[in-house]
Design a protein around this ligand. Structure first.
Ligand SMILES: Cc1cc2nc3c(=O)[nH]c(=O)nc-3n(C[C@H](O)[C@H](O)[C@H](O)COP(=O)(O)OP(=O)(O)OC[C@H]3O[C@@H](n4cnc5c(N)ncnc54)[C@H](O)[C@@H]3O)c2cc1C
Length: 403
């Protein structure tokens, strides 16, 4: 009988895991199904580009996985029953539209994340998000309708907030763009990276509010912890990501924020037939620090999970190279960027690449990540090993049988 592997979520992590599993395991021994809510692969790392009106190349999952040995199901995952080993999906299937259960032997959970309002009043009602394509498209419409002189406040000056503010300011030079940072702007970067970020924000006319926390969002302004008010016709909320609540509703061990706790092979700490990768998983990285929610973590996590699943099913050695970091690639609009080199555990070192070469480098990284996902049959050579079949229980001896 074929071993049934279901991968839920076809973002950077899930799609990478599915493609790699198909290259590692013999098609006669496994049935790999990839379930995703949307028919396309979404380059989430480019959502700020969508928001300012740039168009991305469509990447239909069905075309990407044609001939790869992975069966695609476009459906919404509504639940996972880890006791009965089944995923509940809602969408068009072989039996028509409706709810269906997909049984698995091994599950790879990769549903990613969305925006995190952090419960700040007014955020859900009035702010925009760029963590998802629908959110980025709504922001695009809103920005397009905004007249010259309109105010935009980007709340959160981490990687996503910095990329959003600079992209908007570069494209819409007629708007007043502000960026709100909880601490000092770019405080996680090297002095060179930090100085460059400040310089580019200055050049683009972005008003930076440091050491500021937003405590309330209204339709036309945001209020800060010290009671000040910043005019904001459009508020973009970029204070981090939150995972979808599906994992938390299962018996899987999760963190307080709903991420699935996994070991070094991305296997669930509580359920050995479940693996989790990407934003949905909490894995420890170098220096015993949790891997951060990023594409930079999600892809190596997916390689690790796929190789571990294949190793366990085929009786081979487990992978021994753990995910680590090399750099943080930050776009500052289309013409500027920062490549901040980091230690294995993601701390900035002195060296950083800036300016146009950094913008070019970042573009190559984004293209490379999408290419890797979109070409599951290329890249690493396929070595499709046979799955070890479970040995039948030894026959009882007459003495045991009569005991
Ligand atoms: C604007 C922006 C810029 C970023 N820039 C960078 C960057 O420069 N570098 C970097 O490393 N990271 C960056 N990130 C973070 C990065 O995009 C995420 O960490 C990464 O996408 C996580 O990958 P994932 O596969 O875990 O999740 P996702 O990419 O979110 O994929 C999850 C998939 O699951 C599907 N899904 C979700 N729920 C369901 C459901 N119920 N049923 C079926 N399918 C479902 C989704 O449709 C999606 O296809 C950026 C993010 C944003 C928003």
């Amino acid at each position: 009988m074929q071993h049934r592997i279901i991968v839920i979520g076809a973002g950077y992590a899930g799609a990478t895991a599915a493609g790699r599993l198909a290259k590692r395991l013999h098609g006669e021994d496994v049935a790999i199904t990839l379930v995703n809510a949307a028919p396309d692969f979404v380059e989430r790392v480019r959502m700020h580009q969508i928001a300012v009106g740039q168009d991305l190349r469509p990447r239909p999952l069905r075309e990407m996985f044609a001939g790869s040995g992975v069966e695609l199901r476009v459906a919404n995952v509504t639940g996972v029953d880890v006791a009965r080993r089944a995923v509940t999906v809602n969408g068009a299937g072989a039996a028509g539209a409706g709810t269906e259960e997909l049984p698995y032997d091994t599950l790879v959970y990769a549903l990613g994340s969305g925006w995190n309002t952090q419960g700040v009043p007014g955020t859900a009602e009035h702010a925009h998000e760029i963590a998802s394509r629908p959110g980025a498209l709504r922001l695009r419409e809103r920005l397009a309708a905004l007249d010259a002189g309109g105010t935009v406040v980007v709340v959160g000056a981490g990687l996503t907030g910095v990329e959003a503010a600079t992209e908007i300011a570069e494209t819409r030079t007629d708007l007043d763009v502000a960026l709100v940072a909880r601490g000092e702007l770019g405080d996680w970067l090297s002095p060179k990276g930090r100085a460059h970020l400040r310089k580019v924000c200055g050049k683009l006319g972005i008003a930076v509010h440091e050491h500021t926390a937003v405590t309330d969002v209204a339709a036309d302004r945001v209020t800060t912890a010290d009671g000040a008010s910043l005019p904001s016709a459009v508020t973009v909320w970029a204070t981090g990501f939150a995972v979808h609540p599906i994992a938390e509703a299962t018996a899987l061990e999760t963190t307080g924020t709903g991420q699935i706790v996994v070991d070094a092979t991305m296997r669930s700490a509580s359920h050995p037939d479940v693996y989790a990768v990407g934003d949905a998983a909490m894995a420890m990285g170098p220096g015993d620090k949790p891997l951060r929610m990023s594409c930079a973590s999600g892809v190596p996590m997916a390689w690790q999970a796929a190789d571990a699943i294949a190793a366990r099913l085929t009786g081979r050695k487990l992978p021994s190279t753990a995910p680590r970091y090399y750099n943080q690639c930050i776009s500052l609009g289309r013409k500027e960027g920062i490549i901040q080199y980091v230690t294995a555990d993601d701390r900035a070192v002195k060296a950083a690449l800036t300016g146009r070469p950094a913008a070019f480098y970042k573009e190559v990284v984004c293209k490379g990540a999408a290419w890797g996902v979109a070409n599951p049959t290329l890249g690493i050579p396929a070595r499709r090993h046979r799955v070890e079949q479970p040995q039948p229980a030894p026959a009882e001896t007459p003495a045991e049988a009569s005991a």
